[in-house]
Design a protein around this ligand. Structure first.
Ligand SMILES: [Zn+2]
Length: 297
């Protein structure tokens, strides 16, 4: 993927991309902000609170008008620049509101409901299937919960393309971290994307995906393979996530094990719902799990 931080690259007739300088283990090279249209422009995921990225977006659209700002979800590498960009351009922000934070999301999350006013709010709460139009472009919202409960992808009708946010990434599997992340919803959202037969996916992180059907299928198969591994761990007598992680993520940087544990929990919650795994009580990171006999491995 050829790019330079802050430079707007024309990547299709209607799409330009500007990458923010926020590389990391969850953002790859950084947040890819998409500009759709010419003259009157929609911005998809302005990105993190970063003045230089704001300046880059304004420079890229000098002489044009940013009319719409669309948010795929409210994680910190996607949404925080929306309001500063609105202040500078008068654009209307579309998306879903930030979910109220839940207690067991981790120590770094402020107490639930501590400051509801500080949660991200769009100007317009978008509806599934809602269309947003400008001169020569049409964007259609496709609800795709899973990575985040408020995740929305946007189809660009004229190019049969989908801005898929973090639902599908061009470089890695997507993080599904309960309780806001939900594996059952995630599978259903993969089905939704697959059913629409897009020609190209533009993820927020990483290069575009042009072989959409096999890519999404491989993405799903990767998850299903992990499920089988988890069921096999349970059959082998390992009943807790802590026991499974060093085996499932052998060779993976230990600093990523905490995130991996949340991903395994997401799988286990899904398997409990499917009736393949038993858990006495609501599943969490320290629960004891057991495989229900006769469940398919
Ligand atoms: Zn992201």
């Amino acid at each position: 993927m050829a790019f330079e931080y802050g430079r707007a690259d024309a990547v299709s007739p209607l799409i330009r991309r500007v990458v923010a300088n926020n590389p990391g283990p969850f953002t790859y090279l950084g947040t890819g902000t998409y500009l759709v249209g010419h003259g009157e422009v929609a911005v998809i995921d302005p990105g993190p609170a970063d003045d230089r990225h704001l300046d880059a977006l304004l420079a890229a659209t000098a002489g044009e008008r940013i009319s719409h700002i669309l948010i795929t979800h409210t994680h910190l590498d996607h949404a925080p620049l929306a309001h500063p960009l609105k202040q500078r351009t008068g654009a209307t922000i579309y998306g879903l509101s930030e979910p109220s934070r839940q207690a067991d999301e981790g120590d770094d999350v402020p107490k639930a409901a501590a400051d509801a006013a500080a949660l991200f709010q769009p100007d317009v709460v978008i509806a599934d299937g809602q269309r947003i139009c400008g001169p020569g472009w049409t964007l259609e919202a496709l609800f795709t919960p899973g990575h985040a409960s408020n995740h929305v992808a946007y189809a660009l009708v004229e190019e049969n393309a989908l801005f898929c946010g973090d639902h599908i990434m061009g470089w890695s599997t997507t993080v599904i971290s309960p309780p806001d992340g939900d594996m059952s919803q995630y599978y259903a959202s993969l089905d939704r994307v697959q059913a629409q037969a897009f020609d190209v996916l533009w993820p927020t992180h990483g290069p575009p995906i042009t072989e959409v059907a096999p890519f999404v299928e491989a993405y799903r198969n990767h998850r299903l393979a992990r499920e089988r591994q988890i069921l096999s761990e349970l059959s082998g007598g390992r009943a807790t996530i802590a026991e499974m992680i060093p085996r499932l993520y052998r060779g993976v940087d230990k600093r990523l094990h905490a995130a991996a544990a949340r991903s395994v929990l997401a799988h286990l919650i899904h398997l409990v719902r499917e009736g393949k795994v038993h858990c006495g009580g609501s599943p969490n990171l320290t629960s004891y799990f057991s495989v229900i006999s006769n469940s398919a491995i």
